[in-house]
Design a protein around this ligand. Structure first.
Ligand code: 8YV
Length: 314
């Protein structure tokens, strides 16, 4: 007898097809039909698949009284109520490690792009501006000072890459990380004052909400750049827009936003900002590896009673 699996997230079609072979898969209907569906069928499901962008709230968990396992497509758990799941003894799986390299590549790419102005220069060539004038001189990355906000798995992958650019690196996190040689900076403001580039790669959620505020941006200063590959919520977006418009920082490379896919209109007109549609992990290879981990977490849970990658307790 196949387990009943409910899909509440946005997962790749190939993963959905694979899950549909191994499980009795149903898709959670949209808002209007959801309550009636859950009242009629909620008790049938033992497993739930979701994605980092959608997550799982306490109300959904409560509507699934026989739920045993949640498998999240993504490493970010800021939208999954892990505490509510764990209170009920529900196992929560996610997809760490397999996306470290691509997210780190994207962070470095954004840093290079915004500092050297590659996207802006591309627009400059396409619009015929090159026929009229020279592209302005931009900013050197190699050898510059990199402040990292967060030093988890992805942070380390970014730091390894920055070493290849001979960057001077310090990091801020709540506690120093035991096994890294880079200097820990307990004050985020001091890190921002020191850094030429600030890369944000810390977990989202209430604990880090608006960690990067107007004071941090002012400490980074008019020569500084910000890169965000974490979550939009980590930055006070209104303060960032204002700092960019007023040139209180030089530029920003952003893969994530507060209200995706909506991006503040004021950013669209700025040439010193690189805007990406949350694609840091979006390569075929990494998305395949993430999909495999979602599948393997479920399979391992139902055959061996444990997840390949279990979410830490919040
Ligand atoms: C994904 C991510 O873009 O893993 C995460 O937490 O932010 C990204 O890899 C996406 O959120 C997957 O649903």
């Amino acid at each position: 007898m196949k387990q009943r699996l409910l899909n509440a997230g946005r997962i790749p079609p190939a993963l959905e097809a694979r899950l549909a072979e191994a499980y009795q898969l149903a898709t959670l209907p949209g808002d209007c039909d959801r309550a009636a569906f859950l009242a009629a069928h909620g008790a049938e499901f033992t497993a739930l698949v979701t994605s980092a962008a959608v997550g799982t709230d306490e109300a959904l968990i409560a509507a699934l009284p026989n739920l045993r396992v949640i498998s999240n497509f993504g490493v970010g758990l800021d939208r999954v109520d892990v505490a509510a799941a764990q209170r009920r003894g529900i196992a929560v799986g996610y997809t760490p490690d397999v996306l470290n390299e691509c997210v780190a590549d994207a962070a470095i790419g954004l840093m290079l792009d915004v500092a050297r102005g590659f996207s802006a220069a591309d627009r400059f060539v396409r619009s015929g501006e090159w026929l009229k004038r020279q592209f302005p001189l931009m900013h050197k990355v190699s050898g510059a000072r990199l402040g990292m906000v967060g030093m988890g798995r992805i942070g380390r992958a970014i730091a390894d890459r920055a070493a290849g650019f001979r960057m001077d690196l310090r990091y801020h996190s709540r506690r120093p990380v035991g096994d890294v040689s880079w200097q820990h900076e307990p004050s985020l403001i001091e890190l921002a004052k020191w850094a030429d580039f600030l890369i944000v790669i810390t977990a989202g959620g209430p604990q880090t909400r608006h960690l990067i505020n107007a004071s941090v941006l002012d400490a980074l200063g008019p020569e500084g750049f910000l890169v965000n590959v974490a979550r939009g919520s980590v930055i006070d977006e209104a303060a960032l827009v204002q700092a960019l418009v007023e040139k209180r920082i030089t530029g920003a490379g952003l893969d994530v936003f507060d209200d995706e896919p909506h991006v503040p209109q004021q950013l669209m007109a700025l040439d010193n900002v690189v805007l990406l549609p949350h694609i840091a992990s979006c390569t075929r290879e990494t998305r395949q590896a993430m999909a495999d981990r979602v599948f393997d977490n479920l399979q391992s849970f139902f055959t061996e009673g444990r997840l390949v990658s279990a979410a830490p307790s919040p």
